[in-house]
Design a protein around this ligand. Structure first.
Ligand SMILES: Nc1ncnc2c1ncn2[C@@H]1O[C@H](COP(=O)(O)OP(=O)(O)OP(=O)(O)O)[C@@H](O)[C@H]1O
Ligand SMILES: [Mg+2]
Length: 345
């Protein structure tokens, strides 16, 4: 990513809480016995393929894109759950790329994750109160009555009331929405600063999504949190984000302020994703872009611009040269040979 853009943010005095530099994650492809005999070369899934971005304190920074583009892997690398193949991660100016287990444990207090599936992330045999209080014990921060008090107050904060009742329930006794509230409570119990929220509403009933997102936004303000929000749903991204990065096959293809991305999308991929969102006023003129074919495999990434086989505007240069993420305005970057200014929008 361009240093000019980075410097501009610095000048604007927005403090970075997390910075990711040239991050890559290549997973080796598992081969069958026969394949091992026939070929010597090792294939790799390029899940994350050289991405750089910063998350600024107090913002909601969203990674958006279709399934398999590398969103979850990026979130997990930041939290130290998956080691990167190369690249660096910083938390408040301190490099945290390859921490020792004890250092990582201490960092966990400050960075937490909310997963997509709240049911899978709870032990079915542990009461909700015990599950939420567990991190306090692991970190030696509270036990007994003090722990109970903290858990009750957190349950109340996430809207699980009366908390005395919820503390005694098992995960299966909660609805999907309530379970996700409990997962949010657990992620906040250690008083973290930074939360990776990985598709936190995609498994929740559509009618409840907005209330959970609103809860997350209220808690962000109240507790001065910063979110790295992950979603494949551009409508959700539009609702919650301050800034958005659009990923395609392991790369960021467009990034900027939410208003910029949604009102002036420059990358044909972003335009195509936006074409799929229903609009309140269907009479309003909007460019509809339909994509050709399927997302290619992350094992065989196309040469040149990795989006070119599906791009309706691809030219010769797009097949040969990979476009860099370039600054188009103070708050907008795009990686497309054809997107100069807004001429392509
Ligand atoms: N542990 C792993 N081993 C091998 N390949 C993996 C592993 N984890 C992820 N991948 C692959 O890496 C790519 C990116 O996966 P990732 O889960 O980060 O995508 P995602 O954007 O979160 O997708 P989704 O929207 O489906 O959650 C995919 O091709 C996936 O199959
Ligand atoms: Mg994912």
């Amino acid at each position: 990513m361009s240093d000019a853009f980075y410097m501009r943010w610095r000048e604007m005095n927005r403090t970075e809480i997390v910075r990711v530099e040239n991050l890559k994650k290549y997973f080796p492809v598992e081969k069958s016995f026969l394949e091992k005999l026939l070929t010597r070369t090792r294939g790799f899934i390029r899940a994350v393929d050289d991405i750089t971005f910063s998350v600024l304190r107090g913002e909601v920074f969203t990674l958006a894109g279709e399934s398999g583009c590398g969103k979850t892997t990026t979130g997990k690398i930041i939290l130290g759950l998956v080691p990167p193949t190369s690249g660096r991660v910083f938390f408040r100016d301190r490099e945290i790329t390859n921490l020792k287990p004890e250092e990582l444990r201490l960092l966990r207090r400050r960075m937490q994750i909310i997963f997509q599936d709240p049911y899978a992330s709870f032990n079915p045999r542990m009461k909700i109160g015990d599950a939420i209080g567990h991190p306090l014990e692991i970190h030696g921060l509270a036990s007994g009555l003090e722990k109970r008090k903290k858990v009750l107050s957190m349950l109340e904060r996430v809207g699980l009331t009366p908390p005395e009742q919820f503390i005694e329930l098992y995960p299966h006794q909660l609805s999907g929405g309530q379970r996700q509230r409990a997962a949010i409570a657990r992620s906040l119990i250690l008083n973290p600063e930074f939360i990776v929220a990985d598709e936190p509403v995609s498994m929740i009933d559509v009618s409840l999504r907005t209330t959970i997102i609103d809860l997350m936004l209220d808690l962000k303000r109240e507790l001065q949190l910063t979110y790295l929000f992950i979603t494949h749903d551009l409508a959700v991204a539009k609702y919650i984000s301050d800034r958005v990065a659009i990923m395609y096959l392991g790369k960021i293809v467009e990034m900027g302020e939410k208003e910029e991305i949604f009102s002036n999308p420059l990358h044909p991929y972003t335009q195509a994703l936006l074409s799929a969102i229903p609009v309140p006023n269907p009479d309003r003129k909007r460019r509809i872009i339909e994509l050709k074919g399927e997302v290619p495999s992350a094992i065989r990434i196309p040469m040149g611009c990795r989006f070119h086989p599906r791009c309706p505007f691809a030219e010769e240069a797009c097949q040969k040269e990979e476009p860099e993420l370039t600054v188009v305005s103070a708050s907008h970057l795009v990686a497309c040979h054809l997107a100069k200014g807004s001429e392509h929008a």
